[in-house]
Design a binder for this molecule. Structure first.
Ligand SMILES: Cc1cc2nc3c(=O)[nH]c(=O)nc-3n(C[C@H](O)[C@H](O)[C@H](O)COP(=O)(O)OP(=O)(O)OC[C@H]3O[C@@H](n4cnc5c(N)ncnc54)[C@H](O)[C@@H]3O)c2cc1C
Length: 465
């Protein structure tokens, strides 16, 4: 049984990441070529590219750690716990698997199949086939509708999905896009590349991404508050002003739309509208430590429920063979639940699991934690999904503004939006565009700065399970 594809659903699912070299303050020098705002996947990718070119850059990060929405926490449970991204989609073509990670970091294929719980039992093979077939039909119906216009995915869904409808809607909508299908553009959905055949990093996806930032100087706890492009580019931060010739902004669409960064002059309406159309959906992990594997999960099992309504979740069990189980909540239900706080989320997860496996499971829950990405001030959500009619906004995000500001990040990708790989490619693309605009550097790149690009052709060690 194939694992459900990410066109079927988009997102599956080191100490709070190893910290890179950190500069002291913001330099007063005007010899900076590029300021990069945000040290998530896109910002790190852009910085590596600029470093390799020999151009001078400053990478500033609002939070006190790098990684953004791809961060591994090893403190809470004593084992790697990806608070954000966990699955490396399509590892064969994902840019991050083409890089050489630090020694000791291991990437391995995720199981190729998933399970579905129907009440207190697992679905039989035929039932799973029905579920997958209905998803295939729903995908095709959305693709057909997208050819005629950019309607909401929900409008295109077949009427006869029967008792599997809530599960199909959950997998394609909240689980895949972080939003209900009524809020997702059929064109955006259809353009998204296949995202099955996942890989997993045993030390955490955040650890993997952080390892690629080693050697890059990052100014932590340094939020950009104002970007003024009237003369040069002046980026204002609480620690001082940085003047450069170009800026790459990788903050999430919701952060930009919130007005957390003031642009002078104001961003053109075209860009403002594009950010609004690419708002972030809601997706959170409720992490439970289940001692002694009481539910008999296998490592990295992915379990859905044949649900009666939208109050459902997915289980990512025994993460990399540890007792950590992630209960994934998303979309409107996940957003409302998260708004009630961590305790409510953990209670839901415990009750929901008890409903599927019996109440004894509650006794096995030891430590717990729940992410609340909508409340993270430097993310304000999980990942972007275009509103109906809004798919074109992704290309608008890729356009430079006043030949001085380049936006990058997962939202600025047309096919692997909402992923770390997409963010990475978009960061590299923005860096290339800036380098073309600046022309060749006068000084050759320092030997260590070019190291990342030399290693680009090698692969992360991927071992069979
Ligand atoms: C719960 C969850 C699960 C996910 N699962 C997966 C998955 O399995 N696989 C997958 O590929 N993707 C997944 N994703 C999506 C993935 O995490 C994102 O697409 C990706 O990490 C985005 O990277 P980015 O660089 O575009 O943005 P970010 O990671 O948000 O990086 C932007 C950075 O900018 C910083 N910043 C913001 N404002 C400012 C400012 N004013 N000044 C300076 N810095 C600022 C932020 O702190 C942040 O570090 C998941 C996301 C979530 C939340």
């Amino acid at each position: 049984m194939p694992r459900l594809s990410r066109r079927s659903f988009l997102a599956a699912s080191a100490a709070l990441v190893a910290r890179p070299a950190v500069g002291a303050g913001v330099p007063a020098s005007t010899a900076i070529d590029v300021v990069i705002v945000g040290a998530g996947a896109a910002g790190i990718a852009a910085a590596r590219r600029i470093a390799a070119s020999g151009r001078k850059f400053v990478l500033i990060e609002a939070a006190d750690h790098i990684g953004g929405r791809c961060i591994t926490d090893t403190h809470t449970f004593g084992v790697p716990y990806d608070r954000g991204a966990h699955s490396i989609h399509m590892p064969d073509v994902n840019p991050v698997t083409k890089l050489t990670a630090r020694r000791g970091i291991e990437v391995y294929p995720a199981p190729a199949s998933q399970k579905v719980r129907i009440g207190r039992r697992y679905a039989r093979e035929g039932e799973l086939e029905d579920f997958l077939a209905l998803q295939g039909r729903a995908n095709r119906a959305i693709a057909d509708a997208a050819r005629k216009g950019d309607v909401a995915c929900a409008q295109a869904l077949p009427n006869d999905l029967g008792e599997w409808r809530p599960s199909v809607e959950f997998v394609l909508g909240p689980y895949g896009c972080g939003k209900e299908l009524t809020q997702v553009s059929a064109v955006d959905f259809t353009k998204s590349a296949e995202r099955n055949a996942d890989a997993i990093c045993r030390q955490g996806f955040g650890t993997l991404i952080a390892s690629f930032a080693e050697g890059l100087a990052v100014k932590l706890s340094t939020p950009a508050t104002t970007i003024d492009t009237r003369r040069d580019v002046a980026v204002e931060t609480p620690k001082g002003k940085i003047t450069a010739r170009a800026v790459i902004v990788t903050a999430s669409t919701n952060v930009i739309a919130s007005g957390a960064i003031k642009f002078t002059p104001e961003l053109p309406k075209r860009q403002v509208d594009a950010f609004a159309k690419l708002s972030l959906g809601s997706y959170d992990h409720i992490a439970l430590e289940l001692s002694d594997n009481p539910l008999g999960f296998e490592s990295d099992d992915l379990v859905f429920e044949k649900s009666a309504d939208s109050h459902t979740a997915a289980i990512l069990a025994n993460v990399s063979g540890t007792p950590l189980c992630l209960i994934e909540v998303a979309g409107t239900f996940g957003r409302d639940l998260a708004a009630h706080g961590e305790a409510a989320m953990v209670n839901f997860a415990a009750d929901w699991l008890a409903g599927l496996y019996g109440s004894d499971v509650k006794k096995a829950i030891k430590r717990s934690h729940a992410t609340r990405w909508n409340n993270e001030p430097w993310a304000l959500g999980a990942f972007s999904a275009a509103a109906p009619g809004g798919q074109g906004a992704r290309r608008i995000l890729m356009e430079p503004v006043q030949n001085a500001i380049w936006f990058a990040g997962e939202a600025a990708h047309e096919t692997v939006w909402g992923t770390v790989g997409g963010a990475w490619e978009s960061g590299e693309r923005a860096a290339d565009a800036v380098l073309r605009r600046l022309g060749p550097a006068k000084e050759p790149p320092p030997a260590d700065a070019s190291a990342p690009s030399k290693r680009r052709a090698q692969r992360v060690r991927a071992e069979p399970r």
